[in-house]
Design a protein around this ligand. Structure first.
Ligand code: NAD
Length: 381
C-alpha cells in the first residue's frame, strides 16, 4: 500500500566502527520507503552526536541514550515511526521494551534477546503493545531462499527425510577477543552476548533457515558444544543432530573456529524425490537435484521462478543481488506492513518476514542446545 512520505527511523547502536549498523542503514533506505532521522548510536553522548553528524541527521535528534530518544521522539509531531536495534545482544530486550512502551514499532537484530526467559518477556510485551516487531534474520530475504521455501511448501521434493544446515566461520580461530577486536570482545562475554556463543551468533541463523525453508519444526536436539579456543567462556563450535516435526532427521553444525572459512552458510534439504542445496556465498543460484532427472541450477530473477522469489528481485537475472539487498527485502516488507498497520490492519506482518515467533524459537534453540550438551543426550524442544 502506498504512503506519501518516507517512514522515519530511529536507530540504537550502529555508531562509529560498528559492523551491522551501516548495513541496516543502507538496507533500510535502499527501496526509498524509510529514512534515518534519529538515533542513540553509541554508548556515549559524544560518540552518538559525532555519528549523527556523519549521517547528516538533525543534531538535536542524535541522542545520548535510547530512553531519551524514545521520550523526545514520542512527543514530536514528526517523531520516529520505528526503531532499529543494532546493539550487542544484552541490550535487545531493554531497548525493545522501552520502544514498545513508548508506542514505537521495533525492527531488531538477532538473536531476539540474551536469554530464553527474556524472549518470553519480549513475546508478552509485543502481544501487549500490539505493535509490529520484525527480526532481521537476513538470509530469509534472499530470493533463492524464498524459492527453496516455495519448492518445499509445494511438496516438489516429496516427503522431506533429511536436512543438513551448516554455518562455518573462521574469524574467531584465535583469541581475537583479547586483542582489542571490538566485535569479538562482546561476543566472547556472556554478559553481553547472552547464553550462547557461536550458537547465538550464527547458530540461530542456521536454525532459522532450516525451519523457514523446510516448513518443519525441530522437535528434539542432541548437541555437543565446545570451547575450542582455550579460556573462551562461551561455545565457539557446535555439532548437533535434530529430529523434525514430520519425523525427518538432520544435522545442524556451526563454528567460528573453522579456520579459512569466511561466511559459509549452506542448507541442504532432501525429500524422497529430490533435494535443494543453497549456499550464502553463491546466493543467486539454487541447486535442485532430482533422483530421476538431471541436476538443475535455478538463477535468481528468472521468469521461471515462483511468485515469492520474483517479488524480491529488483534487477534482471544475471545482475547479482547480495547481502545488503537481502537485508533490504526485510526492511521493505516491514515498511509495507507498518503502513498497513497505520491504516488499521492489526496483523500486517507477512509470513515471509521473521518476527517474534522466530525470535522465541531461536532463543529456545540456544537453551535446548546448551541443555543437551550438558546432559550429553537428546532433549525435547
Ligand atoms: P558492533 O560491536 O560492531 O556494534 C554494536 C554497536 O552498538 C556499537 O556502535 C556500539 O557503540 C553500540 N552500543 C553499545 N551499547 C550501546 C548503548 N547502550 N546505546 C547505544 N548504542 C550502543 O556489533 P555488531 O557486530 O554490529 O552486532 C550488533 C548486533 O547485530 C548483534 O546483536 C549481532 O548479533 C547482530 N548482527 C546481525 C547480523 C545479521 O546478519 N543479521 C550480522 C552481524 C551482527
Amino acid at each position: 500500500m502506498a504512503e506519501s512520505r518516507k517512514l522515519r527511523m530511529g536507530m540504537v547502536g550502529g555508531g562509529p566502527g560498528a559492523f551491522i549498523g551501516p548495513v541496516h542503514r543502507m538496507a533500510a533506505e535502499l527501496d526509498g520507503k524509510i529514512e534515518l532521522v534519529a538515533g542513540a548510536f553509541s554508548q556515549t553522548a559524544e560518540r552518538s552526536r559525532a555519528a549523527g553528524e556523519r549521517f547528516g541527521i538533525d543534531p538535536a535528534r542524535a541522542y545520548a541514550d535510547y530512553r531519551q530518544m524514545f521520550d523526545a521522539e514520542s512527543k514530536r509531531a514528526d517523531g520516529i515511526d520505528m526503531v532499529v536495534i543494532a546493539t550487542p545482544n544484552h541490550l535487545h530486550l531493554p531497548v525493545a521494551l522501552a520502544a514498545l512502551e513508548a508506542g514505537i514499532p521495533v525492527m531488531s537484530d538477532k538473536p531476539a534477546t540474551a536469554t530464553y526467559n527474556e524472549a518470553l518477556q519480549l513475546e508478552a510485551a509485543v502481544a501487549r503493545a500490539g505493535l509490529p516487531y520484525g527480526l532481521t534474520h537476513t538470509y530469509a530475504g534472499y530470493g533463492m531462499v524464498r524459492e527453496a521455501r516455495a519448492i518445499c511448501a509445494a511438496g516438489k521434493l516429496g516427503a522431506i527425510r533429511k536436512v543438513a544446515v551448516e554455518y562455518f566461520q573462521g574469524w574467531m580461530s584465535q583469541p581475537v577477543e583479547t586483542t582489542g577486536h571490538k566485535q569479538a570482545a562482546w561476543r566472547a562475554d556472556p554478559a553481553q552476548n547472552g547464553m550462547g556463543g557461536s550458537i547465538g551468533d550464527i547458530g540461530t541463523h542456521a536454525f532459522h533457515l532450516l525451519e523457514y525453508v523446510s516448513g518443519l519444526e525441530v522437535t528434539e536436539i542432541n548437541a555437543t558444544l565446545r570451547h575450542v579456543v582455550p579460556g573462551r567462556r562461551l561455545d565457539d563450535d557446535c555439532n548437533a543432530f535434530v529430529r523434525l516435526s514430520n519425523g525427518a532427521g538432520g544435522t545442524l553444525a556451526c563454528s567460528q573456529v573453522a579456520a579459512g572459512e569466511l561466511n559459509e552458510l549452506r542448507l541442504r534439504i532432501y525429500g524422497d524425490k529430490g533435494s535443494i542445496d543453497w549456499r550464502q556465498q553463491d546466493p543467486n543460484r539454487l541447486i535442485v537435484k532430482w533422483q530421476n532427472g538431471p541436476e538443475e541450477i535455478h538463477h535468481a530473477a528468472t521468469g521461471y521462478l515462483g511468485a515469492d522469489a520474483l517479488a524480491v528481485a529488483r534487477v534482471p537475472a544475471g545482475h547479482p543481488e547480495g547481502y545488503i539487498e537481502a537485508f533490504a527485502v526485510l526492511y521493505r516488507e516491514f515498511a509495507d506492513a507498518l503502513v498497513e498497520w497505520k491504516q488499521g490492519n492489526t496483523n500486517p506482518l507477512p509470513a515471509t518476514l521473521p518476527g517474534i515467533v522466530a525470535g522465541v524459537r531461536g532463543m529456545r534453540f540456544i537453551l535446548r542446545a546448551i541443555e543437551s550438551s550438558e546432559r550429553e543426550n537428546w532433549v525435547a524442544f
